[in-house]
Each structure stands twice: as structure tokens, then as C-alpha cells.
Design a protein around this ligand. Structure first.
Ligand code: NI
Length: 168
């Protein structure tokens, strides 16, 4: 396993639309293991393959307190979402230090493949529902700051540029 580099907004590669995984094989299982290690090391509660510059539909999530409940979603699809929406503060490993509210459906039902390539469905609410929708956005090339005003987006971009200069 390996800790992978996480792309940082406004890197254009974050806006790539991921393609479906054709076959869940050892290559994909290695990607999942590396993504999980990268997420736990960050530390974060979710990571999409897009963020490690792999443009295939793979997500890892662990919203548990003990960080011992890894969820893997390959080729995830939203089957249904609640009419009720809820605003929650979100953050992202690709946009470090930035947190802001995004409104999303409160509950979703998702269908995906597991690491054996077996299909499953899951109902999600609360933090898990937020996280799932946030990570699925990544697979569509969308970063959560794109829900914010243009002014906020440009402020975040200059903040990130400043951060890059500090690192360099
Ligand atoms: Ni994110």
C-alpha cells in the first residue's frame, strides 16, 4: 500500500469526469487500498479516485468515530434522494483549511459494486449522505467550492495559491 498525492484545488485535473470501472480486479483493489491509506493518513473521512488523479469511479469513505469502518463504492449511482434538503458544513482534502455550507438532499439511496465486484445498495443519511454526495461530485469533476458564490471561489483560489507558495 502507498500514500498517494492528493490534487489540490484549483488543479484542472480535479474537473475530469471519471469513467466507470470496467472490471473489479487486483488493480482496482490495490487502488482502493492505496486510497484508504491516503484517506486515513490525511486524515479525512472520504476520498474519490479523482483526487489522486485516477479518473475511474471509485470512492472510499469512513465516517466512523474509531476509523475502523471502511466503505468502498465502485461505480456508485444515486438510486433515489429525499426531497428534504439540509445544509451542512463541508471540507475537502483537495481544499485544505476551507469549510463552508452546502445544501444537499438529506437522505440518499446508492447502488454500487464492492471490492469483489458484487452489487449492493445502501441507504445513507446524516454525515454519510453528505460525504457520499460530495465524493460522487468529485467523480463528475465537481469540487464542493463550486456550490459557493463566485466571490468566495476566487478568494479560495488565491488562498490556495498562497498556500502553494508557502510550501514551495
Ligand atoms: Ni472532497
Amino acid at each position: 500500500m502507498a500514500v498517494l498525492d492528493i490534487l489540490r484545488y484549483p488543479d484542472a485535473r480535479l474537473h475530469t469526469v471519471a469513467r466507470p470501472v470496467a472490471v473489479v480486479d487486483d488493480r482496482i483493489r490495490r487502488l482502493v487500498a492505496d486510497m484508504a491509506e491516503t484517506m486515513y493518513a490525511a486524515p479525512g473521512i472520504g476520498l474519490a479516485a479523482t483526487q489522486v488523479d485516477v479518473h475511474e469511479r471509485v470512492i472510499v469513505i469512513d465516517t466512523s468515530e474509531a476509523k475502523d469502518h471502511l466503505l468502498v463504492f465502485i461505480n456508485p449511482e444515486i438510486v433515489s434522494s429525499s426531497a428534504e434538503k439540509k445544509a451542512c458544513e463541508e471540507g475537502c482534502l483537495s481544499v485544505p483549511g476551507i469549510y463552508d455550507e452546502v445544501e444537499r438532499p438529506e437522505r440518499v439511496r446508492v447502488r454500487a459494486l464492492d471490492v469483489r465486484g458484487e452489487p449492493f445498495e445502501m441507504d445513507a443519511e446524516g454525515l454519510l449522505a453528505v460525504c457520499l454526495q460530495h465524493e460522487m461530485d468529485h467523480l463528475q469533476g465537481k469540487v464542493f467550492v463550486q456550490y459557493l458564490s463566485r466571490l468566495k471561489q476566487s478568494r479560495i483560489k488565491s488562498k490556495m495559491a498562497k498556500l502553494d507558495r508557502q510550501v514551495a
